[in-house]
Design a protein around this ligand. Structure first.
Ligand code: ME8
Length: 667
């Protein structure tokens, strides 16, 4: 994208009922693209709104015993409240019942009429009120609407017609000449194949009800709701301030796959007839389905309410889940168990811990101040250019899930860097300062790249780490950061699952800590390994009758006699191994003490064999745990005790302790 302005729209929703997950998803996707454009310093206009006319709305209002205007006013408040909660950053919200819209929709009709493209005739056909469109018999499935699976009604009435068929070849030629016009390509091919067939003219007025925009030249008819609705993309630019010069044609109409035809055949044909430029792109997303791949519907009892998820987690967690978990353009299953898993692993473990670790170390070791922006360590080890470029390339390809994957690759690389450089082991001095500065600067990059998906989290990161969020251009500018104490951004969730989560059977047991069996052991004997300088061979009593043989890399700083008789915490379900000929059946948990020595953490006077737990996580140990699984579970020191994501590991007598720096990992 090189344009210096960006106009993006979403479908305008039918407010005949309350907003659902699909509405929320579409707005979040569009919001992401709008925010990235602003981040790049591109002047952006983002439009959402409501499609308030038509038979469907009139019927819903009748059912509610209300006038249609009052009905849509009430519903509009509900939709707006959801979009506010979701952090949608729209610049305008159009409602088709507004005078500004009526005025332009009539003008548009007149332009099309004056171009000779409107005539009066009779129409008879199968109409689906939910879709607000006619179907041909061959399009029906078992005599029912293919989208709503409900019977259609035969409508016969006098109507005005738009010469849609006349524009078929021109629209097809446009789509062929502009491969980027319909994204993804799968949808483009779908339309091109449909455009091989005859395209019939379109009935664009109705006279059997009156909730709509009366035709200027025949007020007994109201404008067909789709002709009316599509006009919103232009009408909203005209008033209160005329922005058409700057923002038309639209750069991106974001819509769902069910309304592809309206946006890629009917809308272009209307614009061609009226003499307006065509939008640059129609981006088509897939559908959100329930966890079993079915449509969400009240009567199936599988509806997950977006407001409820926001309350149970947070708005940014839902936004992240939408953007990361659902492949761009594809249908996807909404499963709270997946959301929970991503919350724990990608948000909590990968990002949340990185922030906590770095912030803590800067506070305790550098007095909370650090300068970023001119640090060679950062440039050498964590240079972000490739990440930023790949992120933007995926954004330009409308592959937002991939864009976020790139950011998480970087988050993991920064975690690895911190583990490698082990700042908790470094003495005060230049090296320590530059490693921590590199960490903060990397987090500044991460905050910017996540700000379009998770604006609130990015703001909290900036507030905690003391840098400003600005356009991407300003990212390299040096600044002095003042790091403040931080609460975990992704606190461990209580296991008492909220209502919405309880519905998902697998929820909660995705926590990686649950698979760990950590027990209290006593070292009966410690001997040097016959064949490895670093290792002791320990004989550890876990209350199992026979002590276990466990190899431990503790020889650099401890003597055998320091270990004999000592209480330790043992990862007891680690897959057994043979280390240079000696069997090892578990692992003694250790960390870097303040003086740099690697020492076991201390379970105090807890009974031998006792299981060590974390509150709220039910241990369901795996039989043979891999080392790589264990490495994904971030255990660390906080205020002298071993914690898992902010929560202490516990025995019946207390916690596990060690005199180590905050943030020191326990391995
Ligand atoms: O179609 N998953 O309004 P609408 C994802 N007023 N997206 C979904 C979805 C789901 N399960 N269900 C619906 C209309 N959508 C018209 C649009 S535009 C000029 C007029 C998407 O409230 C759907 O594809 O039925 C559409 O893009 C949007 O939500 C509004 O649907």
């Amino acid at each position: 994208m090189t344009a210096q302005r960006f106009y993006i729209t979403t479908a305008i929703d039918y407010p005949n009922s309350v907003p659902h997950m699909g509405h929320a998803y579409e707005k979040v996707v569009a919001d992401f693209y709008a925010r990235v454009a602003r981040l790049r310093g591109i002047e952006t206009h983002f439009l959402i709104g409501l499609d308030e006319h038509g038979q469907k709305i009139q019927e819903a209002a009748d059912k509610a015993g209300m006038g249609p205007q009052q009905f849509v006013d009430d519903k509009a408040a509900v939709f707006r409240a959801l979009y506010e909660k979701l952090g949608i950053s729209h610049d305008d919200f159009i409602r088709t019942s507004e005078p500004r819209h009526h005025q332009f929709a009539r003008d548009l009709y007149e332009r099309v009429r004056d171009a000779g493209d409107i005539y009066k005739d009779f129409y008879e056909g199968e109409y689906c009120i939910s879709c607000e469109r006619f179907y041909t018999i061959s399009e029906l499935v078992d005599g029912k609407c293919p989208i709503h699976e409900r019977p259609t009604t035969i409508i016969k009435e006098e109507s005005y017609f738009f010469r849609l068929g006349k524009y078929r070849d021109q629209v097809r030629a446009h789509i062929e000449a502009h491969p980027e016009f319909i994204h993804p390509d799968e949808r483009r091919r779908e339309i091109l194949s449909r455009l091989q067939e005859e395209v019939r003219d379109l009935s664009i007025s109705r006279s059997t009800f009156d909730w709509g925009i009366p035709l200027p030249d025949d007020p007994a008819h109201v404008l067909y709701v789709w002709f009316d609705a599509l006009a919103n993309y232009y009408s909203a630019l005209l008033r209160p301030r005329d922005l058409t010069e700057k923002f038309w044609p639209a750069d991106c109409h974001v819509i769902g796959k069910d309304i592809l035809w309206f946006h890629t055949m009917i809308w272009p044909a209307i614009l061609l007839s009226a003499g307006y430029e065509l939008p640059r792109q129609v981006y088509v997303h897939g559908f959100i389905l329930d966890k079993d791949g079915r449509k969400m519907a009240k009567h199936l009892g599988n509806v997950v309410d977006p407001m409820q998820v926001i309350e149970d987690y947070s708005v940014d967690v839902l936004r992240y889940y939408f953007l990361r978990s659902f492949s761009s353009g594809k249908d996807g299953k909404f499963a709270l168990a997946d959301l929970e898993e991503r919350y724990n692993s990608e948000l909590g473990n990968d990002l949340g811990n990185l922030i906590l670790r770095v912030a803590k170390l800067v506070q305790t070791r550098l007095g909370g101040r650090v300068r970023v922006g001119d640090n060679p360590e950062f440039r050498e080890r964590l240079a972000p250019e490739k990440t930023v470029a790949a992120f933007l390339a995926h954004v330009d390809d409308r592959e937002h899930n991939r864009a976020l994957e790139v950011v998480w690759d970087y988050v993991r690389a920064v975690n690895t860097y911190i583990n490698d450089r082990a700042p908790w082991r470094l003495a005060d001095g230049e090296e320590l300062t530059s490693v921590l500065a590199a960490g903060v600067e990397a987090l500044r990059v991460i905050a910017h790249l996540t700000s379009s998906a998770m604006p609130e989290i990015a703001r909290s990161m900036a507030a905690t780490l003391g840098f400003a969020l600005g356009p991407l251009d300003a990212l390299a500018a040096p600044c002095e950061c003042e790091v403040r104490p931080s609460q975990p951004l992704f606190p461990r969730r209580e296991s008492s699952a909220p209502a919405a989560v309880a519905a998902a059977p697998a929820a909660g047991d995705g926590d990686p800590f649950a698979k760990l069996e950590i027990r209290v052991g006593h070292i009966v004997e410690a001997r040097p390994h016959p064949d490895a300088d670093q290792l002791f061979v320990l004989s550890v009593d876990l209350g199992e009758g026979e002590p276990r043989s466990i190899c431990a890399g503790l020889r650099a700083h401890l003597k055998a006699e320091d270990l004999s008789g000592r209480a330790v915490a043992v990862l007891a379900n680690l897959k057994p191994a043979v280390l240079r000929g000696v069997p090892s059946e578990g692992m003694v948990l250790a960390t870097d003490r303040r003086d740099g020595a690697v020492v076991p953490v201390d379970p105090g006077a807890a009974p031998i064999g006792e299981l060590i737990t974390v509150e709220g996580i039910e241990t369901q140990p795996k039989k043979k745990l891999s080392k790589s699984h264990f490495e994904k579970v971030p255990l660390a020191i906080e205020k002298g005790v071993v914690v898992y994501r902010g929560r202490p590991l516990r025995t019946t007598v207390g916690s596990l302790t060690c005199d180590a720096e905050d943030g020191a990992p326990v391995r």
